[in-house]
Design a protein around this ligand. Structure first.
Ligand code: ATP
Length: 338
């Protein structure tokens, strides 16, 4: 695993149990300074618990945490002054306007100018709604006001738990753009949990993937995508698909094979595509096309995490059409499945 030298957050051997339930089982990771880092994991993997422990909202059982170079929770006073967070639902006052909520809550611990409140409302796109009462805000507007509050004091580190939760696709795009802008303009390190793998892939340059309270993978997104398996679509002559699948499944470099809408979809160890072509052609199966699929974080995530794990929440990351976590032994499904 990558271990960045200059880190905004470092966690080692972190453990936390709720009764007999071990939410964190020796978690280790390090978020590089200046990164936009995604914290990914299935439901119940321990993401919110980790963020709560980092922010001192609950005590860890054992383990070490460091934020902005200071041990936590020991160094929390100076660290939390430089940290903005949105971990629970923003609890603003319904009958106060967006502006007054920010002004009131933002001034509780530290002075803030009215200009800064206005500036931050502009940054999150709430200038026009600044005078409107919070109770009338949509889910997306409420989340954006929460982000505005988190960045009010120009934090060096921004921690967000599912910032796009409950938002429609348009709201999600806006939030993503907003976080990019904040990162560019304020230079903060951002650490955000999300269920939305494509969103993390588009927004983040670093990712920490957890499952059952442990880190299963972390690193720069580009590195993770390059080092993973390759996915290819293999199109063969009519009537040859089942035979091709049998031949491919017998190859050691082929990790899985299934029918896709237009051909066979196979997961390969890196660098095995030429061998696939050679085996099929050698066996007299005409290969019409061999098309690489762009690597996605979703495929890595599915391969790394136990997606049959805990259930009971509604928003487990959902594999998109065309992704199959099936083992190699699984026969391809004739007729395709999209
Ligand atoms: P989700 O994506 O669903 O929000 P998560 O990765 O954030 O999940 P956590 O909320 O950290 O996961 O929960 C980790 C485990 O700890 C889960 O099994 C959860 O039920 C349990 N847990 C969390 N908080 C408590 C609590 N206060 N009391 C009892 N169990 C808890």
């Amino acid at each position: 695993m990558t271990s960045p030298e200059s880190t905004a957050i470092r966690v080692r051997g972190l453990r936390k149990a709720f009764g007999r339930k071990e939410a964190l089982a020796g978690l280790d990771f390090a978020v590089p300074d200046g990164a936009v880092a995604g914290f990914l994991g299935p439901n119940g993997a321990g993401k919110t618990t980790t963020l709560r422990l980092l922010l001192g909202l609950a005590p860890a059982d054992t383990g070490e945490m460091e934020m902005l170079g200071e041990p936590m929770p020991g160094g929390r006073v100076p660290v939390l002054e430089r940290t903005g967070a949105l971990v629970e639902k923003p609890s603003f006052l319904d009958h106060f306007s967006g502006f007054d909520n920010l002004w009131w809550f933002g001034s509780l611990n530290r002075p803030v100018t009215r200009e800064r409140v206005g500036e931050v409302l502009g940054r999150v796109g709430l200038t026009e709604a600044a005078g409107q009462s919070f109770g009338t805000y949509s889910t997306g507007m409420k989340q954006r006001l929460g982000v505005a509050y988190a960045i009010l004091h120009r934090p060096r580190l921004l921690i967000l738990d599912e910032p796009t939760n409950g938002m429609d696709p348009q709201g999600r795009v806006q939030m993503r753009d907003l976080l990019r802008e904040i990162h560019a303009a304020e230079g903060s390190t951002i650490f955000l949990s999300s269920h939305l793998l494509d969103e993390v892939q588009r927004l983040c340059d670093y990712v920490v993937i957890v499952d059952h309270g442990k880190t299963v993978r972390e690193g720069y997104v580009g590195e993770i995508l390059q080092s993973g398996q390759e996915t290819w679509e293999v199109r063969v002559a009519d009537g040859q698909q089942e035979r091709a699948a049998g031949l491919l499944l017998a190859q050691p470099g082929v990790l899985s094979c299934r029918s896709g809408p237009r051909g066979l979809e196979i997961r390969l160890q890196p660098g095995q595509s030429a061998e696939v072509n050679r085996v099929l052609v050698g066996a007299g199966v005409p290969v019409v096309a061999l098309i690489p699929h762009e690597a996605s974080l979703e495929e890595t995530f599915i391969a790394l995490t136990d997606t049959e794990g805990e259930t009971g929440h509604g928003n487990r990351p959902v594999p998109g059409a065309g992704v199959d976590s099936g083992a190699k032994a699984r026969p391809p499904e004739p007729g395709g499945r999209s």
